[in-house]
Design a protein around this ligand. Structure first.
Ligand code: G4P
Length: 286
């Protein structure tokens, strides 16, 4: 679901998260592994104000593994532990428990020293829409526990969900808005499906995606669509559009007169990109 984020919604979303922060020990910040910076809320450090944090690079199954490793190092340099996960399959999800304990180790130690039995770690998942918050909650809870509440301003009774043997999650995740100011960020969000491409022009999003693919994954389009192309001049939009048309021709994206339907071709390319059929692709690079 796409949210129109107006300033009022952002303020409300922020307040809701700030209210929840009081209840929890650790924030699980969910980012899209293909676009860890573009899928990050621009005010996140300010909003979380020093709360302990574990960064998850979700949808790692769709991201370029080498680039994801670079991101893990990037976050480590920022002082943040980052773990690539795939919430749909559960890859690495069990590591969240141990890493959270590690991040809170000093506190758990202090409780033990005082003779207190450490209580369950309380966590909140935050992230922009579509990044996989509900999928992760369901995966961690091992059942269909999460109510998708992608509506800023809708408050629900909160509940703790027990996950693992020593963690509790707030059942409603914190929903954050992405960056909007930067056009390239918008294109990356749209290309990966974080925002509906209808907000932008479908052709523009696909054009951007094709250009990125040619630059960083030059064989991806050739392999998927069996189109032949030599050296494409990335600064020449005509050459990129011609390639998109060639893909459209290959896929039978034709209008009634027989002309190529570029919009249809664009949708084919974007669908394939998002589902991983063009390979494991990262659009943000450290
Ligand atoms: P949200 O609560 O943060 O809004 O996200 P949600 O869990 O609803 O997940 C959004 C989409 O992303 C879902 O696809 C979900 O299956 C997919 N997804 C979540 N985690 C992963 C992952 O690690 N890998 C992959 N490949 N996909 C993941 P969907 O139900 O098909 O929705 P849509 O594609 O129609 O948007």
């Amino acid at each position: 679901m796409t949210i129109q984020w107006f300033p009022g919604h952002m303020t409300k979303a922020r307040r809701q998260i700030e209210a929840k922060l009081k209840l929890i020990d650790i924030v699980i910040e969910l980012l899209d592994a293909r676009i860890p910076i573009s899928s990050r809320n621009p005010m996140i450090d300010e909003i979380l104000s020093g709360k302990r944090r574990l960064v998850l690079l979700n949808k790692a199954d769709l991201a370029d593994p080498g680039i994801t490793e670079e991101w893990v190092r990037f976050f480590a340099d920022e002082g943040l532990q980052a773990l690539p996960v795939d919430a749909s399959s559960g890859m690495n999800v069990q590591q969240i428990f141990a890493l959270s304990r590690e991040i809170l180790q000093d506190r758990l130690e202090a409780q033990r020293r005082k003779g207190m039995r450490p209580r369950a770690i309380r966590a909140l998942i935050v992230g922009i829409p579509n990044v996989g918050k509900s999928t992760l909650i369901n995966r961690l809870a091992g059942r269909s526990a999460a109510a998708t509440g992608d509506r800023p301003g809708v408050t629900k009774g909160q509940q703790w969900i027990k996950v693992g043997h020593d963690m509790e999650l707030l059942d409603t995740p914190g929903i954050l808005w992405p960056k909007f100011e930067d056009q390239e960020v918008g294109l990356r969000l749209a290309a990966t499906g974080a925002i509906k491409e209808e907000i932008l022009n479908v052709d523009d999003v696909a054009f951007y995606a094709v250009k990125q693919l040619l630059q960083h994954y030059p064989d991806a389009l050739r392999e998927r669509y069996q189109v032949e192309y030599g050296e494409v001049d990335l600064d020449n939009p005509h050459e990129i559009v011609e390639l998109m048309e060639a893909i459209g021709r290959r896929r039978g994206c034709l209008m009634s007169g027989g002309a190529i339907d570029l919009e249809k071709a664009s949708l084919v390319i974007l669908r394939d990109l998002r589902s991983g059929r063009l390979g494991r692709i990262s659009l943000d690079r450290p």
